[in-house]
Design a protein around this ligand. Structure first.
Ligand code: TEU
Length: 545
């Protein structure tokens, strides 16, 4: 049964390429998603978010769109997609799609025209600049490595590409471009879409084009006209559709901007993703270092955002995983033994799902899928990981050092096929998967999770059910507890005189609950059989009084 209050909803992210293959070509497809709708309904989620399924050369797995109006044939046809929408709706599940409007693929017709001559009417759809005496217009760095400007010999100018060379940034200053984007979004709304995730949407307004002391982010992150553009987007497309859900992916943003993006009075977006809590292990701003995470800092960041967004009447997404992040159980939990994997995966779920915001579950998270532990660069597929390998090799890192870092951080850790059962290729495909399946699939898979009533799956199911039923989880205020405690993550939520307390032990040792913490009340969820004043390793509990 679909819930009416979108703020109570839980989203399940699908990376279609790795979800479920019905054709045997080794790539997941739309029909594969349809096949699993009963499973998703059993989990209890309200929305699925699909990463891009539009026509694309797939250099960045669909985040390089070459035609916004066509479905990538690797995933299926428009008819398949229509059927997915209809069947999802029949299951009480809504569908959000990812739209990438900060950049397009360089194979998009707009870019092909734009590149053809300085006089093309499409020239101004992208950002072209002259170089400075044979060097790029500015020293900005691409997020995927190298200078962010690419020289095009044809017209001897540079185009901006904040990501891959084949992902050219669009020029939002151009009103015809903006109109084309709104038309396209309206087309998909008419098609039946229930929401959108907007990729790196806070990068669309570029400010001044000057050299930077750092890597250039300050010139285009939450740029000068970004709020104006998002308000215009809202007014021209989804703004008046009741319950239409939008989430903007925000790169290196601030709380103040996120309040502006999501405070309903401003008519921009319904919610935002920010990543500050997942950057805790980037020491000194260096992207490619291997380092254990800082637990106190993780809590501080989460609390700061929870309090800030709540006070500003904004709305945040809450999540541990997505297709760009390593698997959370391998990162903040412990996958070194089966017992700890299961316990810590449940603990991570419990400690996140009582926070305020919209929870996102990334495919496979609900069964505790782990990182891949590949030991050869040839096993990797991700453009960012492969570029990083090249750059690190040039900077003198050894092969072993680089592979160790990629084992922790590569985006491929979350892009391996969903482990459905213990059959060959984990039941993902009858062919050869486009990326290898994690070798632990004979034990970690959906089939065995469903058969075991104590599995991680049922913890997620219970957490979703609690959110649907208890208003305090959606609307309660938040009070951080034990902020400087080295092992425990704890907070209280409060609404109408009721208090919900969440306590989680992030360590592999038993930890006593400090005396001033009130643990009386009804236990809503507990990942152990017992509950005393001493939490077991990786134990998590939520109590309502
Ligand atoms: O990601 C945006 C982003 O900032 C990423 O560079 C992220 O920081 C990085 O992947 C972490 O390693 C979005 C999409 O989610 C990502 O898959 C795309 O590659 C990117 O935009 C470009 O469209």
């Amino acid at each position: 049964m679909a819930i009416s209050d979108w703020k109570k909803s839980v989203v399940y992210q699908i990376y279609p390429k790795s979800f479920n293959d019905t054709t045997g070509n080794g790539h997941g497809d739309i029909n594969g998603i349809i096949e699993k709708l009963d499973y998703l309904k059993m989990l209890g989620i309200d929305y699925i978010w699909l990463t891009p399924i539009y026509l694309s050369p797939m250099n960045d797995n669909g985040y390089d769109i070459s035609d916004y109006y066509e479905i990538n044939p690797d995933f299926g046809t428009k008819e398949d997609f229509k059927r997915l929408l209809d069947e999802a709706h029949a299951h009480g599940i809504k569908v959000m799609s990812d739209i990438v409007i900060n950049h397009t693929s360089t194979s998009h017709q707009w870019f092909v025209e734009s590149r053809s001559s300085k006089d093309s009417p499409y020239r101004d759809y992208y950002i072209w600049k002259d170089g400075k005496e044979g060097t790029p217009p500015t020293n900005w760095e691409s997020k995927f490595g190298g200078n962010a400007w690419q020289l095009d010999e044809e017209t001897n100018q540079y185009y901006l590409r904040l990501f891959d060379v084949t992902q050219a940034d669009l020029n939002w200053e151009n009103a015809s471009l903006r109109k084309e984007i709104y038309d396209m979004i309206n087309y998909w709304i008419d098609f039946g879409m229930d929401g959108f995730r907007f990729d790196v949407i806070n990068l669309i307004s570029k400010g001044e084009f000057k050299d930077s002391d750092k890597i250039g982010k300050e010139f285009y992150t939450d740029g000068p006209k970004v709020h104006e553009y998002l308000h215009e987007l809202n007014r021209n497309t989804f703004g008046d559709i009741e319950g239409f859900m939008t989430v903007g992916e925000m790169s290196s943003t601030t709380i103040d901007h996120c309040i502006k993006y999501t405070n309903p009075e401003r008519q921009e977006l319904s919610s935002v993703f920010n990543f500050h809590h997942l950057k805790v292990d980037y020491k000194n701003g260096e992207k490619w270092t291997k380092m254990p995470y800082n637990f106190i800092e993780l809590k501080q960041i989460l609390f700061k955002w929870q309090l800030g967004i709540h006070q500003g009447n904004g709305w945040n997404a809450i999540f541990w995983c997505n297709h760009d992040q390593p698997r959370v159980v391998s990162r903040f939990g412990d996958d070194s033994t089966e017992e700890n994997r299961v316990k810590s995966a449940k603990m991570l779920a419990i400690s996140l799902h009582f926070l305020q915001g919209t929870p996102y579950i990334y495919q496979g998270e609900e069964i505790g899928m782990t990182n891949l532990y590949f030991d050869d660069i040839k096993q990797y597929r991700d453009v960012e990981s492969i570029n990083a390998y090249k750059i690190m090799s040039e900077n003198g890192f050894t092969n072993k050092e680089i592979l160790d870092i990629l084992q922790d951080k590569s985006r491929d850790n979350s892009r391996s096929p969903v482990q459905w059962d213990e059959s060959e290729n984990a039941g993902f495909t009858s062919g050869t998967p486009w990326i290898e399946v994690a070798s632990n699939y004979p034990t970690i898979n959906v089939k065995s999770a469903l058969e075991n009533k104590d599995s991680i799956f049922y913890t997620y199911q219970k957490l979703i059910e609690l959110r649907h039923n208890l208003d305090i989880i959606t609307y309660g205020s938040i009070k951080p507890l034990l902020e400087t405690h080295e092992q425990l993550f704890a907070y209280e939520r409060e609404l109408d005189g009721k208090v919900l307390t969440m306590l989680a032990n992030y360590s592999d040792q038993p930890v006593a609950i400090p005396e001033d913490i009130d643990t009386t009340g009804e236990v809503l969820i507990n990942n152990s059989e017992v509950f005393t004043r001493e939490l077991e390793p990786f134990q998590a509990v939520a109590i309502l009084r």
